[in-house]
Design a protein around this ligand. Structure first.
Ligand SMILES: NC(=O)c1ccc[n+]([C@@H]2O[C@H](COP(=O)([O-])OP(=O)(O)OC[C@H]3O[C@@H](n4cnc5c(N)ncnc54)[C@H](O)[C@@H]3O)[C@@H](O)[C@H]2O)c1
Length: 275
């Protein structure tokens, strides 16, 4: 078997769900920089078209498809549109997701369903539809599920969101096996603290104490950028990751590693379970 010697994605087609802003935008631009043509599915047409235009400015083809990822019919129609426009799909980034903080004991069943639809059902529908296109093309492919560091630790106030993201990690492993014979590799990323429009309202309100506590648990003492997620996704999509499947990679400035270790206020040293 030929093993790739660079990160290029020339000629490949990447479909990024919720690609109009934030992490999805970072993935769309990172794969485009490596030569991929890009389809973006989102409910935000203004920013979806903006990202598509930015991809075209790099010399790649791009398509924005309006789609509400919580509606499986729309997801299937969107995947069909992408496949008809480009004739293939090589990379699927399942990025649609999100959650609102609420203590579980106060959370309505309607809210459970909203979280599950956006974070899990959207991924199931997109994976099934896009993997069928990959299988029919017989060229293999890559599926990258954007989970969260909340999949790997407790998340009080985000219990249902975290359960969905943990489900995504499990689904990633199962799909890595089910799709291996079709040469489709399946991965998950577990981001933490990425600077996106989704997180900026939270940080606009963050107090100095909040920022200090973030710096105490986050080894790199800063938020990550959307490019830092996009670059890992582009690597996973490339032939340079040809022997990698079923894994979840934390892209989190080291926060998964810190696991209960924090810095004492104003200190450079680490202590376990500092208040
Ligand atoms: N930002 C972080 O630190 C972080 C950390 C862990 C996981 N994540 C995950 O990364 C993904 C992206 O997060 P983000 O911070 O970039 O979000 P964001 O809020 O900045 O952007 C979300 C995008 O999703 C689109 N969207 C929302 N609902 C949609 C729907 N029903 N159908 C289609 N598109 C829809 C929005 O229009 C927007 O373009 C999510 O799955 C999130 O759970 C983010």
């Amino acid at each position: 078997m030929n093993v790739a010697i660079d990160y290029r994605l020339d000629g490949l087609v990447a479909l990024v769900t919720a690609g109009a802003n934030g992490i999805g935008e970072g993935i769309a631009m990172a794969v485009a920089r490596q030569g991929a043509n890009v389809a973006i599915a989102d409910i935000d047409a203004v920013n979806g078209e903006r990202v598509a235009e930015a991809v075209r400015a790099l010399g790649q083809r791009a398509l924005f498809v309006p789609a509400d990822m919580t509606d499986s019919e729309q997801v299937r129609a969107m995947v069909q549109r992408v496949a008809s426009m480009f004739g293939r799909i090589d990379v699927l980034a399942n990025n649609a997701g999100g959650g609102r903080p609420v203590p579980f004991m106060e959370q309505s069943e309607r809210s459970w369903h909203r979280h599950i639809n956006l974070n899990l059902i959207s991924m199931l529908a997109a994976t099934q539809a896009a993997a069928k296109v990959m299988m029919a093309g017989q060229r293999g492919g890559t599926i990258i599920n954007i989970a969260s560091s909340e999949a790997l630790r407790a998340a009080p106030g985000y219990a249902v969101y975290a359960a969905c993201k943990a489900g995504m990690v499990s689904f990633t492993r199962s799909m890595a096996l089910e799709l291996a014979d079709h040469d489709i590799r399946v991965h998950a990323l577990a981001p933490d603290m990425i600077d996106t429009p989704g997180l900026s309202p939270y940080y606009a309100q963050a107090s100095a104490a909040d920022i200090d506590s973030r710096d105490r648990y986050l080894p790199m003492r800063r938020m990550g950028s959307i490019d830092e997620i996009g670059n890992v996704a582009a690597f996973l999509a490339s032939g340079m990751a040809s022997y990698l499947s079923g894994v979840t990679i934390p892209v989190d400035g080291g926060s998964t590693a810190s696991h209960g270790w924090t810095r004492a206020p104003g200190s450079r040293g680490w202590v376990l379970h500092h208040p």
